[in-house]
Design a protein around this ligand. Structure first.
Ligand code: ZN
Length: 203
């Protein structure tokens, strides 16, 4: 399975990183080896001094598809989750400045947190989901999927032009404002509404 990740999908996070508003979503892939194993801490890798948390709504694909029209996209997933796209920001900045791909900064082992899943049916609309990340019990990021530049069904249409979606694939839908560095002994806790979906200790 693969993790398909979207960058710059919230205007406030674009402003924060001083990026231009894109005409197309930014897309990158993480391999399955990037998934942080359940109940394991996140170890800050030795090649970075500035690993950032990016909390993101996740969508789990449950049907094979290619060239999926946004009208039918809702038939391709029935679970919504929450995760973290850990990013070695110092390394990413260096790669960006050289025009190089971001994989080393975003796709390393442990860089993808996938929390518990919730049934899609438990939401009135997937385009109105409140979520937040707490660091040491203080809210550091919060968002709502209605703030997405590309909504979930549009993302499925877009990414399925390039990649066949397979059962079990996960889409990371981009992060809202508030990204920031993690330090040893921090605890990151993610919520959709009042439901806690993960808690990760940083080592
Ligand atoms: Zn991200």
């Amino acid at each position: 399975m693969k993790l398909i990740c979207i960058g710059r999908n919230y205007t406030d996070h674009i402003a924060e990183l001083a990026n231009e508003k894109p005409t197309d979503p930014v897309v990158f892939i993480k391999p399955d080896t990037a998934i942080l194993l359940k109940k394991q801490p996140f170890f800050i890798p030795d090649f970075s001094n500035n690993v950032h948390h990016e909390v993101e709504i996740l969508v789990k694909i449950n049907r094979v598809g290619k060239y999926i029209d946004r009208k039918f996209a809702h038939k391709y997933y029935n679970q919504i989750g929450l995760g973290i796209d850990f990013t070695a920001r110092d390394l990413q900045s260096e790669l960006k400045s050289k025009g190089l791909p971001w994989e080393k900064a975003k796709s390393f082992d442990g860089a993808a947190v996938i929390g518990e899943w919730m049934p899609k049916d438990s939401f009135e609309s997937v385009d109105n989901i409140d979520f937040r990340l707490e660091k040491n019990e203080e809210v550091v990021q919060q968002g709502n999927t209605q703030m997405m530049l590309w909504k979930i069904d549009e993302l499925i249409e877009y990414v399925s032009k390039y990649f066949t979606l397979k059962i079990g694939d996960v889409i990371f839908t981009g992060t809202p404002a508030g990204v920031g560095a993690v330090n040893v002994d921090d605890v990151l806790t993610g919520f959709i509404g009042e439901q806690q979906l993960f808690s990760i200790r940083i080592k």
